[in-house]
Write a protein that binds this ligand. Structure first.
Ligand SMILES: [Zn+2]
Length: 421
């Protein structure tokens, strides 16, 4: 089958470090690309071309700008339970961190004219934040709500890594345990960016994959059982159908999981769960992996889909406490203190329909589901400022680019100027 052939070809893509062509001057591999395109003989040639760095990855300057931590205040919150001082369940965000930064309380999703008519949901909102572009995403597996999306526009992780010499393990996305679809957001399909500039993810799914790979390689099983476990490993690793890591997660992440294992064992019963897990993973990542760009994808507010409003408000409190811990971890770290910008923004809002059986959904594209906010705080961001005018979610990516010093040429160009002193 053609698709299978494409995927197989893609598996052959090697990481930058081991790719013998990665250091070639641009003209040399452009020639290769043209030869492949001209002949149209080899799909593999095209796919290989996609993985080539544009300008010889060896000469990128070291990154010396501020670290950025994006806190996705999700999955889906309304302003009234977060940034409204009267109704907030997030006292740290609303009463403390807001004073230390610039708040955009009137941020919206898809508010620029002409509107794109995009969906207000979690995977989509995450991609709008990290690409600075609206796209009508369709699940690539054609399954309802599977939310496996591939971005055509580069992510800010790719922009950063293409502009500066930042290793993959220092551009990180921390994901929830039941959202394996979000494992895909590490790189786009853009032909000048993509896999060579990908970020990495930390999640329980990644830990499970690490454990299984570890046991298989350690010779824990033999015969039929080994076969079974190998199949299971292949299945776990195939969640990333683009097979970006044919050789596992790389030495830094393997080291990270080894230490996690020493602390929490293999049962999954000792480590924190839900959004508390994400806080723990993120704080350990800061300490051990030293990320330059980190995104924490909180999600538990979304349990309100099951009908209970207290799930939602309680999740906001837990997330707010996670944010407080992240800020404390940064402040306790001499290299991160005064050198880290926090960007807090929801993936989407939630509905505001008191008549609905289940309150606060977000799949109906209501006005309230489009209403979000953003808070930026850290060095170079004015303190105690409230920018009370309409802004848009896709302006976040370009703003982060400006703060970190890279161009976001495929992202929205109207950025949050007020957040930059
Ligand atoms: Zn949801």
């Amino acid at each position: 089958m053609e698709l299978e052939h494409l995927l197989k070809s893609r598996n052959l893509i090697m990481p930058t470090e081991t790719n013998p062509q990665a250091g070639l001057p641009r003209r040399t591999f452009l020639k290769g690309i043209i030869a492949a395109t001209g002949a149209l003989a080899s799909t593999r040639g095209l796919l290989m071309a996609k993985s080539m760095p544009e300008a010889g990855g060896l000469t990128r300057p070291p990154y010396q700008g501020p670290n950025v931590i994006i806190v996705r205040f999700g999955g889906g919150v309304r302003r009234r339970e977060t940034i409204d001082p009267q109704g907030t369940y997030a006292p740290f965000l609303c009463h403390e961190l807001a004073k230390r930064g610039t708040l955009f309380p009137q941020m919206q999703i898809d508010s620029f004219t002409p509107m794109v008519g995009v969906d207000t949901s979690h995977g989509q909102g995450t991609l709008y934040i990290i690409t600075g572009k609206y796209e009508k995403y369709k699940d690539i597996t054609q399954k309802f709500l599977a939310e496996r999306f591939e971005s055509k526009a580069p992510t800010i992780f790719e922009y950063l890594r293409k502009s500066y010499d930042v290793p993959e393990h220092q551009t990180l996305i921390v994901n929830g345990e039941d959202r394996s679809n979000e494992e895909f957001y590490t790189f786009s399909n853009h032909h000048l960016y993509g896999i060579n500039y990908r970020s990495n993810t930390l999640s329980l799914y990644r830990y499970k994959t690490f454990l299984l790979r570890r046991s298989v390689h350690a010779g824990k099983w033999a015969g039929k059982e080994l076969e079974k476990q190998q199949k299971e490993l292949a299945k776990l690793e195939a969640v990333d159908y683009r097979n970006a890591e044919p050789n596992g997660q790389g030495p830094q992440l393997v080291g990270f999981w080894e230490r996690w294992r020493e602390c929490y064992g293999e049962s999954g019963l000792l480590n924190p769960r839900g959004d508390r897990l994400l806080t723990d993973l993120a704080i350990r990542a800061i300490k051990e992996l030293r990320p330059k760009l980190l995104m924490v994808n909180y999600q538990d507010c979304d349990y309100v889909h099951w009908g209970n409003l207290t799930h939602y408000t309680r999740a906001i409190s837990i997330m707010d406490d996670g944010l407080r811990q992240l800020v404390a971890a940064v402040e306790a770290d001499p290299e991160y203190r005064d050198n880290t910008v926090f960007v807090v923004a929801p993936d989407c809002g939630r509905d505001n329909n008191p008549m609905a059986d289940v309150p606060c959904q977000h799949h109906f594209n209501s006005r309230s589901a489009h209403e979000i906010f953003a808070l930026l705080a850290g060095p170079g961001v004015p303190r105690g400022v409230v920018v009370d005018k309409p802004t848009d979610q896709i302006s976040i990516a370009g703003t982060i680019g400006r703060l970190m010093g890279f161009k976001t040429e495929h992202a929205e160009s109207r950025i949050l100027e007020e957040a930059i002193a």
